[in-house]
Design a protein around this ligand. Structure first.
Ligand SMILES: Nc1ncnc2c1ncn2[C@@H]1O[C@H](COP(=O)(O)OP(=O)(O)OP(=O)(O)O)[C@@H](O)[C@H]1O
Ligand SMILES: [Mg+2]
Length: 278
């Protein structure tokens, strides 16, 4: 099996109005890694995602899934979308069924699964996203954050090999944002490759195993979070900021409160432990 579950090779895409959103973009998503695509507004993250499950077809360049070029015939696309599930940035563009239950069962029913299996998957997905109590509610009556959780459940119920989530925490309150990221950790531990896009540097830094920085339609940097966020120049060029933890860490090292060669803390608890050890 290929080491990279998804690859984009020299991907270029221009929207019908002439906006060149992707410019020979290259990236290889390592299988099983929690991956964050980080970039400022308009960098090309959503456009890239729409290519990763064949919703958009590149003007030039290729997308590979499991080492094979994506084909754009109906059957191949259905197969790709079964394996690569996308939670859209705007939940309204994903939801179309009457009730939450119907909405989440639509995908698995379409896969031709038995009704009992579908029920099991839908209930599991609703529990995982904490929306059991919304089961019979019409989707158009939900709050935006609730809609977002329903769209995540939608894709979970498909049990894809890759779960892509465009701005997963936008519109979620802190409690549900944290729960969603924990859910992604669990899914990742069960072998699914989880890819998310964000402009939240703190989120990318603390959650991801591997980070790609996208700017103006290109990947301009990649690596483990500590490598990427130690590169001041890269962060500046991408119009991003350093995660607050890295900022505080840098200051504590500069002021002599921490030794220079300690590992960068990934979360608040790591930082407290470093300070207590000192
Ligand atoms: N349907 C469209 N028609 C024309 N231009 C578009 C369309 N969708 C996106 N664009 C343009 O393509 C570029 C990339 O947009 P994209 O939505 O991929 O960025 P993004 O990184 O997802 O941004 P954000 O963080 O705001 O979600 C932007 O310049 C945007 O204006
Ligand atoms: Mg976007």
């Amino acid at each position: 099996m290929a080491d990279y579950i998804l690859e984009a090779n020299n991907l270029s895409y221009t929207y019908p109005d002439g906006t060149q959103a992707l410019k020979e973009l290259c990236l290889k998503i390592p299988r099983g890694q929690k991956t964050a695509i980080l970039g400022s507004n308009g960098a090309g993250k959503s456009t890239l995602f729409l290519h990763l499950n064949g919703i958009l077809k590149p003007k030039s360049g290729t997308v590979k899934f499991n080492g094979k070029d994506v084909a754009y015939g109906r059957k191949s696309l259905l197969e790709l979308r079964k394996n690569v599930g996308i939670v859209f940035q705007d939940p309204d563009s994903q939801l179309f069924s009457a009730s939450v239950y119907q909405e989440i069962s639509f995908g698995p029913l379409n896969l031709g699964l038995a009704e009992k299996t579908v029920r099991g998957r839908v209930e599991q997905a609703m529990t995982a996203t904490g929306i059991n109590e919304l089961k019979d509610k019409p989707t158009h009556m939900l709050s935006y954050g609730q809609k977002k959780r329903v769209t995540i459940a939608d894709i979970l119920a498909m049990e894809p090999q890759v779960l892509i989530c465009d701005e997963p925490t936008a519109w979620l309150d802190p409690k549900h944002a944290k729960q969603t990221l924990q859910l992604f950790d669990e899914i990742s531990q069960n072998g699914t490759t989880v890819i998310l896009s964000t402009h939240d540097v703190d989120l990318a830094y603390s959650w991801a195993d591997y980070v790609f920085i996208v700017s103006d339609g290109r990947v301009i940097g990649e690596g483990t979070p500590d490598k990427v966020f130690s590169d001041d120049n890269l962060i500046r060029i991408a119009d991003l900021e350093k995660p607050w933890l890295v900022d505080v860490y840098d200051l504590l090292v500069k002021k002599g409160f921490l030794a220079v060669n300690t590992d960068l803390p990934r979360n608040k608890e790591d930082l407290y432990n470093l300070m207590l050890k000192k």
